[in-house]
Structures are given as C-alpha cells and as structure tokens.
Design a protein around this ligand. Structure first.
Ligand code: ATP
Length: 202
C-alpha cells in the first residue's frame, strides 16, 4: 500500500506551489483532487450521465460538456440537490483518488485535497500536511493571481474551513507566509521525515 501524504490549505495558500516543489525536487507523484473532480464529470462518464438524467440536457453546453455555472446555481439554490450531487460524485472521486494512488511509483504519494476538512477526507491520507498562511496573504495572492475584488476573496474565505479547523487535523504544518525561497528548506525536512515514515510503514 502506498503511503499517502494529504496536502490541504485554503484558497491561494500555496498547495500547488508546494506540491510542485515536492515533485520537482524529490520526484514525488502528486494527485490533485480538483483535477479528479473535473474528470469524473467529463462526457461519457457515469457522473455526467447521472447528472444529465436528473437535470436534463439543459445542464450541458451544446458540445455535451457540463455547464458548471448551471450546476453551481442548482447547488446554491437547493440543499437537497447539493446533497444528491455530493452523494453521487464523492464516492466516485474517492475511488478514483485511491486508484491513482495505487498507480504511483514514488516512495510516497502526495494527495492534494483543497476541501479535506470541509468534506472530511482526512482518512484518505496517512499523514496530513496543512499549509499555514495568514488570511491577509491569501487575499493579496488571490487578488493578484485571479484579478478578483477583495470582497470575493473574503466570501470564499468565509465559505471555507477556518485555519484553526485545518490546523486541528494537521500532523505537519508548512508555513507559506514568506517568500518562495523559504519553502524548500521546510519541504526538504518534511521529505526526509516522510521517507522514514513510509519505510517504517512497510
Ligand atoms: P488554490 O487552491 O486557490 O488554487 P493553491 O493553494 O494551490 O491555490 P497556489 O496556486 O500554489 O495556491 O498559490 C497561489 C498564488 O500565490 C499563486 O499565484 C502562486 O504563484 C503564489 N504564491 C504561492 N506561494 C507564494 C510565495 N511563497 N510567495 C509569493 N507568491 C506565492
């Protein structure tokens, strides 16, 4: 069984940047839950077929791909439909993540799960690594990256788990308030620790 480090953090906390560094410097295979969540509703998937059956063809664009804005409207306007979609997609996403972890070949795998706390997915990881970053930093990096107003970032922050809720499930914490260059020493230390842990786990 592959040893799994689950990486989580709020919006623009630096999950992608950090996972890329683990991959680039140490060859760690990275699996991204957001990518999988998109793949399971691609055309001709069990997920999209079930969604189309429930909400009709109008949930699709003309080319047969999912109209995400429409699906978001459905989710926002009905708690019941939101639950239905979660009950449909979450098991498929979990299964696909497990299957992808099984395919990895690095000493341990890194599973990036942005909504780990919100969706209670920590059991998918042997070890939880939380990116710790101040809300002020998240706001400035998001506005810069996405060109969105501060108010929009604030409402995303409010909708996500709080940093203290995240830290409560953390086995390890990586701080990303400072410059990019300060990440590598932390990552190197964590990598050494994970190598030992996955060796012991065997
Ligand atoms: P999201 O979940 O919102 O997609 P994320 O947690 O994957 O984001 P990244 O995309 O890695 O976060 O980083 C968010 C933005 O902040 C990016 O533009 C990235 O280049 C920048 N960034 C990340 N870490 C640092 C840093 N230490 N210094 C400066 N900029 C950074």
């Amino acid at each position: 069984m592959t040893y799994v480090v689950g990486l989580t953090g709020g919006i623009a906390s630096g999950k992608t940047t950090i996972a890329n560094l683990f991959n680039f410097h140490f060859g760690i295979d990275v699996i991204d839950a957001d990518i999988i969540a998109r793949q399971v509703v691609e055309p001709d998937t069990e997920g999209l077929n079930a969604i189309t059956k429930r909400f009709g063809q109008s949930i699709l664009y003309q080319d047969g791909t999912l109209n995400r804005a429409k699906l978001r409207d459905v989710i926002f306007s009905s708690e019941q439909e939101k639950d239905w979609i979660n009950r449909l997609l979450h098991p498929i996403i979990r299964e696909k993540m497990r299957a992808e972890v099984d395919q990895t070949s690095s000493p341990y795998a890194m599973l990036v799960i942005p909504l780990m706390v919100e969706n209670n997915l920590q059991s998918l990881a042997d070890r939880v690594l939380v990116v710790d970053v101040d809300p002020q930093v998240q706001i400035s990096r998001t506005t810069k990256r996405d060109g969105v107003p501060v108010e929009q970032v604030l409402s995303t922050l409010k909708a996500q788990a709080s940093q203290s809720e995240r830290l409560a499930i953390a086995d390890d914490v990586i701080n990303n308030n400072a410059k990019n260059e300060e990440l590598l020493p932390q990552i190197t230390e964590l990598h050494q620790k994970y190598l030992e842990m996955c060796r012991e786990d065997r």
